[in-house]
Design a binder for this molecule. Structure first.
Ligand code: SF4
Length: 439
């Protein structure tokens, strides 16, 4: 692993026109080494030291050092986008969690997918979950000094021995509560996550974990419980199983009970269940207010509720009559039945919903975000008609390069199907525009 604190600076990916950075002459490709004399290790240092209105940038431009002066009025944007860190610059974990999804990936995928990041900087910048096991004293001090808050922490269990087992018996100390307490005392806000493995950290273990995290509220703002995801590629990995429907139903009831207790005592429900659990249980989703602002929706906590309520609201707001498009909507098998009902409720809808089984990962993987191009192509090839276009949710594509997890591109898929493929954001308005058009 490369040392986490290099002083190589940060590389500018883009400079927005008519901003302070553009006026100062900063260019894409420039490596900013220091701001006001402070060496930069990463994007966080850039944000931290770049907050002032008057900046002196030390820049490496094609091997030559230059000094650029930036002046901006209070509150004006700097206008810089930085390049994402390379794989070797990201801190990776030394754990072997029994449920690690990366260990369950098929062989032969692109290398970046196998990076086991456990980097507090990515947690702060992008909401990635970290275990805090390998965090050094210097890194802890930096989190506090630069107020890197909120952080997203993989807790899984507060019982130190159980957590150590779940993390694959790492060399580092797996005890989590003292670390959380220390960060809480320093005023750092955190979101905790528990990957629930039936038979390992459920039942009384889960109850203990939740009970021991609650006193850390509001610093530990939320605790999310998400079910373990298992692929069919688990050779030589510990035997695990998924939640049964009955267990999912029992968990929904238990969490509802905890939530009402916490609401009374903490003023927050504090514990939240992944959407997947409600879908597996066949239980109604909580109302929007029960998600308390959807703070961890991107982790699958309330995403379905927010999306569906948004569709209903958008439909109510639409004044103009629309005509329906003859299109095919692709989704994972878990959400398929709900999406079909949602689309059927759109007046005059002609769109068909096709839930695509995930053969690539297999196991219990049934979410839309892990669909591959080849599985979509295989499933749609069995359908007699696809209409004027196939609509694929953008969550199935890798953010940066716009390809499916199996490296197929939307263009490859369109060619295989002989129908245009449209990528839509998982937003209510995007769904409605995909299935309806103004006359
Ligand atoms: S912390 Fe655990 S789950 Fe996360 S990447 Fe490392 S081994 Fe995998």
């Amino acid at each position: 692993m490369k040392p986490r604190s290099c002083t190589d600076g940060v590389v500018v990916a883009a400079v927005r026109p008519r901003t302070a950075a553009a006026a100062a002459g900063l260019r894409p490709g420039d490596r900013v080494l220091a701001i006001n004399g402070h060496s930069l290790r990463d994007a966080i240092d850039f944000q931290f030291h770049g907050a002032d209105d008057q900046l002196t940038l030390t820049v490496d431009r094609t091997g030559e050092q230059q000094t650029l002066r930036v002046r901006r009025s209070a509150g004006a944007e700097l206008g810089v986008e930085l390049e994402a860190p390379q794989a070797g610059e990201i801190a990776t974990c030394a754990n072997k969690c029994v449920f690690c999804f990366i260990h369950q990936l098929p062989k032969g995928m692109r290398r970046s997918l196998y990076v086991k990041d456990d980097d507090f900087r990515l947690s702060f910048l992008h909401g990635n979950y970290i275990t805090l096991t390998d965090l050094t004293e210097a890194e802890l001090a930096r989190i506090v000094e630069q107020r890197l808050s909120p952080l997203y922490v993989s807790v899984h269990a507060t019982d130190p021995a159980l957590r150590w087992e779940l993390l694959g018996r790492p060399r580092a100390n797996a005890e989590i509560l003292p670390r959380l307490e220390r960060l809480a005392k320093a005023g750092i806000r955190m979101h905790a996550q528990i990957v629930l493995c039936p038979g390992l950290n459920d039942g009384p273990h889960l109850e203990r974990t939740v009970r021991e995290l609650a006193p850390l509220h509001p610093h530990v703002a939320t605790t999310a419980i998400v079910p373990v995801g298992l692929t069919r590629h688990r050779e030589r990995l510990p035997a695990l199983r998924t939640l049964t429907d009955d267990e999912a139903r029992a968990l929904v009831a238990t969490v509802a009970n905890w939530q009402s207790g916490f609401l009374q005592h903490l003023g927050s429900r504090f514990v939240f269940l992944g959407d997947e659990v409600y879908l597996v249980a066949g239980a109604p989703l909580p109302d929007a207010e029960a998600y308390e602002g959807f703070t961890v929706a991107e982790d699958g906590i309330g995403l379905v509720r927010r999306f569906e309520d948004g569709v209903v609201r958008s439909l109510q707001r639409r004044r103009r009559a629309t005509t329906s498009r003859d299109v095919t909507l692709v989704t994972g098998t878990l959400y398929g039945p709900r999406l079909a009902r949602l689309v059927a409720a759109i007046p005059g809808s002609r769109a068909r919903v096709v839930p695509v089984p995930n053969h690539f990962f297999g196991g219990n993987v049934s979410v839309t975000g892990l669909l591959t191009g080849q599985d979509i192509a295989r499933e749609l090839a069995t359908r007699p008609a696809l209409g004027e276009a196939v609509i694929v949710p953008a969550v199935a594509l890798r953010d940066r390069d716009g390809v499916f997890l199996d490296d197929m591109t939307p263009g490859d898929l369109a060619q295989a199907l002989g129908v245009p493929v449209r990528i839509v954001e998982p937003e209510p308005s995007a769904l409605l525009s995909a299935v309806c058009s103004a006359p």
